[in-house]
Design a protein around this ligand. Structure first.
Ligand code: SAH
Ligand code: MG
Length: 221
């Protein structure tokens, strides 16, 4: 099994996306722990959700953990890119534009990544608007990774939509948390501050801009 995990982590590292190697390894490790904890708590496959998949880099890190833990990973993205990925913005990559309609489409890239990793058995793509999906979601989450739109409005919508769905004892990971404004945008850090200040979460792990929180108790349903 170690061979398979190493192979997947190497594949994730070489996949296009926005996740430094060390943070990816920490993401894998956190999800694997969440899966093991869920398996000890109850029967049934642990449920992982990622918000923001892009071309599938974090999907492979999390898919590797899902496979190891016997979990299912739901990978949520509309695959149209965030505001910051659109033409004229900082993180635009012109070759991801579909010439047929001039819009970003990362879905074919994501699909290729998941297929190349042979993870189609444990990864389910959910293509659509994250808050809309969250509003209809009922299954408690054992692991939730928030890395969708990083603007104020989308980041808070993801947090308000998904964080309440994390099971007691489950983990919430937030990417691009930068305490120093010189290092990056504010919203992910503000979500992390809200969570740590609420008393509902305890800090579990940190690596670079990746922060992992453990749910102590559930409040609003
Ligand atoms: N985790 C990825 C990077 C994600 S980039 C990696 O490892 O490389 C952020 C992603 O969030 C983009 O793919 C964008 O399409 C998605 N996104 C932004 N707003 C969204 C929304 N409202 N619903 C669904 N996906 C959204
Ligand atoms: Mg990110």
């Amino acid at each position: 099994m170690t061979g398979r995990v190493d192979e997947l982590l190497a594949l994730a590292r070489s996949t296009r996306g926005f996740m430094p190697d060390e943070e990816g390894a920490a993401l894998y490790e956190a999800a694997r722990r969440a899966g093991a904890a869920a398996a000890a708590r109850r029967d049934g496959a642990p449920v992982f959700v990622e918000i923001g998949a892009w071309c599938g880099k974090s999907t492979i890190y999390l898919g590797a953990a899902a496979e190891a833990a016997g979990a299912v990973l739901f990978s949520v993205d509309h695959h149209r890119g965030s505001e910051e990925n659109q033409p004229g913005w900082e993180h635009h990559e012109p070759d991801l534009v579909d010439p047929a309609d001039g819009r970003i489409d990362t879905l074919p890239h994501w699909r290729r990544s998941v297929s190349a990793a042979s993870l189609e058995g444990v990864v389910v793509g959910v293509v659509g608007d994250s808050p809309t999906i969250a509003s209809c979601w009922r299954t408690p989450l054992d692991f939730c990774f928030i890395d969708g739109g990083h603007g104020e409005e989308p980041a808070w919508a993801d947090y308000r939509g998904w964080a309440p769905l994390v099971a007691e004892g489950g983990l919430l990971a937030i990417h691009d948390v930068f305490p120093d404004p010189a290092d990056g945008g504010r919203p992910p850090y503000e979500l992390w501050c809200d969570a740590t200040g609420s008393g509902d979460w305890e800090e579990d792990a940190a690596c670079g801009s990746l922060r992992v929180l453990r749910r102590l108790r559930r409040t609003a349903e």
